[in-house]
Design a protein around this ligand. Structure first.
Ligand code: LMR
Length: 400
């Protein structure tokens, strides 16, 4: 017998994608999911990925199982991408990783571990956050799902006092999900000084920081700059867990490449933690897949490919900046209700329009433009052909 309300599989992003697929209008525009689209509106595949894929195919001699923790060289390269030189910590095993099924998989394995083995029952997310955070932690058994204030809807700016206050009141051993850069869905991130105080509160309150990084490079155009806060926690000696997604940063969404990084002080518990996490993986999917990970590993460990890849952020981010400038101008020229400076004040993949549910319905049904509720728009889906149409649609919708 099926248990009612077990899980709403039609959560808002997936539901909107289904609605988009059903729409037969030739005018329809997909601004829903966080994927990089090029100027022609198509999904973009980084040329360096194609190159590396070919190399991997040629080298593949068999399809043997990987280990439970995945490819060791990959998890090391993934942690290095965030923290820089970790040779010493890798050797003394105070930093280690588990290759996971995308960033979502890393979050799920981390959530299961924290609940089953660390007895955590309380988790804090930013308000708003990625729609899948809450269901993931609930499904792992977290009983207390709490939100910390994050975003001021009126001014579309960071509610830093709200973050500080809410985290200062969080009980010990609470898990705090911290999106590192290009915050989903607002694209508003704390400054370095603001992060420093967040770190201080987390340390004082004995909270467990769980970073979620999916858009490294997309906020500033610089991979190292975008991971600054994790490096800061590391330097401050604060233990943390980090879920890394490789989907967005390598434009490889369906290969499901992720890493769950642990960084902690030397402890006799490290082996126990590894075996606990291994048990979760073994019971869930046994061991991770190979091909996408090998492709990414190739790029991360070959300096020529790495440079080509990291330089591509300059191009992608500069296009995002241009779209943001043009979109703001188009909205201001049309007299769209509200202030639009926040569009150019921030970088990254998303712009959050706070539509009411009626406005959202009108926007989708009348203009056939699909965004993730309540109005998260994928900036890269805008281009010279559709930007004026979208600006007009937003303007008219906000006047409803
Ligand atoms: C998004 O927020 O668009 C992505 O993280 C994709 C997803 O799975 O929701």
């Amino acid at each position: 017998k099926c248990v009612p309300e077990a899980f709403d599989i039609e959560e808002e992003i997936i539901k909107t994608m289904n609605d988009y697929d059903k729409d037969v209008s030739l005018k329809k525009i997909d601004l829903i999911i966080g994927v990089y689209r090029s100027e022609d509106g198509d999904l973009y595949l980084l040329p360096v990925v194609k190159k590396a894929q070919q190399m991997v195919l040629e080298e593949t001699l068999n399809h043997n199982y990987l280990s439970i923790r995945g490819i060791d060289e990959f998890t090391k390269a993934a942690c290095t991408l965030i923290l820089g030189d970790i040779e010493k910590q890798w050797n003394d095993e105070t930093i280690f990783g588990f290759q996971c099924i995308g960033g979502a998989g890393a979050l799920k394995i981390g959530a299961d571990f924290l609940h089953q083995f660390m007895e955590c029952t309380t988790v804090y997310f930013s308000d708003p956050t990625w729609v899948n955070h809450e269901p993931t932690f609930k499904s792992s058994g977290f009983k207390n799902i709490r939100k910390y204030r994050y975003f001021k809807k009126e001014s579309k700016s960071l509610d830093i006092e709200g973050i500080w206050e809410d985290l200062s009141n969080a009980p010990e051993n609470s898990v705090v999900i911290l999106q590192v850069c290009g915050h989903n869905p607002t694209c508003v991130d704390p400054t370095k000084e603001q992060w420093k105080k967040i770190a201080k509160i987390i340390k004082e309150q004995k909270l467990i920081p769980f970073f979620d990084i999916a858009y490294q490079g997309f906020a500033s155009g610089d991979l190292i700059e975008d991971a600054w806060v994790i490096r800061y926690f590391f330097q401050e000696g604060i233990d943390f867990i980090c879920a890394q997604s490789f989907s967005k940063i390598f434009t490889m969404y369906n290969e499901r490449v992720g890493n769950l990084m642990f960084s902690m002080k030397p402890s006799s518990e490290i082996d126990v933690i590894k075996s606990n996490v291994s048990k979760i993986v073994r019971c869930m999917y046994s061991n991770p897949p190979n091909h996408g990970t090998k492709t990414i590993l190739k790029i991360l460990t070959n300096s020529e490919l790495y440079n080509e890849w990291s330089n591509s952020f300059t191009i992608m981010v500069s296009r995002i900046k241009t779209i943001r400038i043009d979109f703001r101008k188009a909205l201001e020229d049309l007299g769209a209700p509200g202030k639009w400076n926040y569009i150019t004040d921030h970088g990254g993949m998303f712009i959050l329009l706070n539509f009411t549910s009626n406005q959202l319905e009108y926007f989708q049904q009348f203009y056939h433009i699909y965004v993730s509720p309540p109005g998260r728009l994928n900036v890269t889906g805008l281009n010279t052909n559709n930007i004026d149409y979208i600006a007009k649609a937003v303007t008219e919708t906000l006047k409803k």
